[in-house]
Structures are given as C-alpha cells and as structure tokens.
Write a protein that binds this ligand. Structure first.
Ligand SMILES: [Zn+2]
Length: 197
C-alpha cells in the first residue's frame, strides 16, 4: 500500500464524527448468540423461582412454544437454556395458561399423536434447499439423526419415522424408548417453533 497516496491521506483525515453515545444498559436476549435486546421476561422454571430469562420478541415466542417440553425436564436442552443467563427488570411478559399445563408425558404423547395425524395427511414432498441452521437447530437436527443439509421435507419424514420407531407402543412399553421419544419430540418442536419445519 502506498502510504503517501493522496487518496490514503484523504481517507485518513476524514473527520471521525463522534456520534451521540447510546445508553449502554441494553440487556441482550438470553437466547445463546442472539444480539437482540431482551425485553420479555420469562421464568426459568422449577427450582429457579424468582429467576428470569430476558428474551427478544422472537425468542420469547419460541420459549413460550417450547416451555411445556422443558417443564420438569432435566435434559441437555433445559441445561442449555439455564446456561444462558441475563438479568432483567422489565416485567412485561407473563407465562399465562401454559403454567397450568398438564403433566409433561401427556403433553408429549398428545403431540406425538397430533404429529402422526399430520403425517398421515400425506403432503407432497418439498424440494426446497435446506435453510441455514443455528447451533441449537443443528443440535435438534442431530437428535433427529440429521445434519445441516436437512430440508423441511426430510425433517418431517425423519420425525415421523423416529416417532414410530421409539413409541412405547412399538417397544412393549419400554421406558427408555419413551425418553428417546421425548427428546425427538422436543427437538422437532424446537425446529417447528423456529419455523424451520
Ligand atoms: Zn433473541
């Protein structure tokens, strides 16, 4: 680079206008990696009473949609949410009716039945390219034994297969298959909450 170039000088002497300082007290969304402002408060759940996440609009919606599945669970996904930590003081969000959601097993299996019904409608296979997935979405895909190349059609088909394969009815009521099924449904639900499927 020619440091004596007039062009370089012109660039260098460009006055650096000091923009008015924005207030730095912005609270970031609790969702891992999200840079949006966290303005919605969401309870951390059991054993963490009085503690809250602060989410942006999109992620509080997502949290709301997946809350039932995290409720009472002690798995990796819940741990992920618990890792994300931020302090918020703006009580603008309420859990509402979902707080009174019934026992998680019932929810999970109702979801499995609903998904099965949806699957039986037999939609035409989609041929769209795979969207770009964030880390949590990729983790959900891994649970569904898929990778970042998965299209919506592929995710739906795999989900249907896995639910069938791990349903306790197909495994003589085996509890371990129930746990696996719960993971699968949770992963799928995460993708659905993020409009990825
Ligand atoms: Zn967010």
């Amino acid at each position: 680079m020619d440091l004596n170039s007039p062009l370089f000088d012109r660039i260098r002497v460009k006055p650096a206008k000091s923009a008015p300082e924005k207030p730095k007290a912005k609270i970031l969304c609790s969702h891992p990696g999200c840079q949006e402002e966290g303005v919605f408060r969401a309870p951390k759940g059991r054993e963490r009473e009085g503690e809250y996440f602060t989410f942006c609009k999109d992620h509080v919606r997502e949290y709301n949609a997946t809350y039932d599945y995290f409720k009472g669970m002690d798995d990796e996904s819940m741990a992920k949410f618990r890792q994300a930590d931020a302090i918020g003081h703006r009580p603008t969000w309420k859990l509402g009716d979902r707080a009174a959601a019934s026992h998680v097993d019932e929810t999970v299996f109702a979801e499995a039945r609903a998904a099965r019904r949806r699957g039986l409608k037999g939609k035409a296979p989609q041929t769209e390219a795979a969207p770009r997935y964030n880390a949590l979405a990729l983790k959900a895909l891994m649970t569904l034994e898929l990778d970042g190349q998965a299209t919506q059609a592929r995710i739906k088909a795999r989900y249907k297969d896995l639910v069938k394969r791990h349903h306790p009815d197909a495994n003589g009521g085996d509890r371990s298959s129930e746990d696996k099924l719960r993971e699968i449904i949770q992963a799928y639900n995460y993708l659905r909450a993020n409009k990825l499927v």
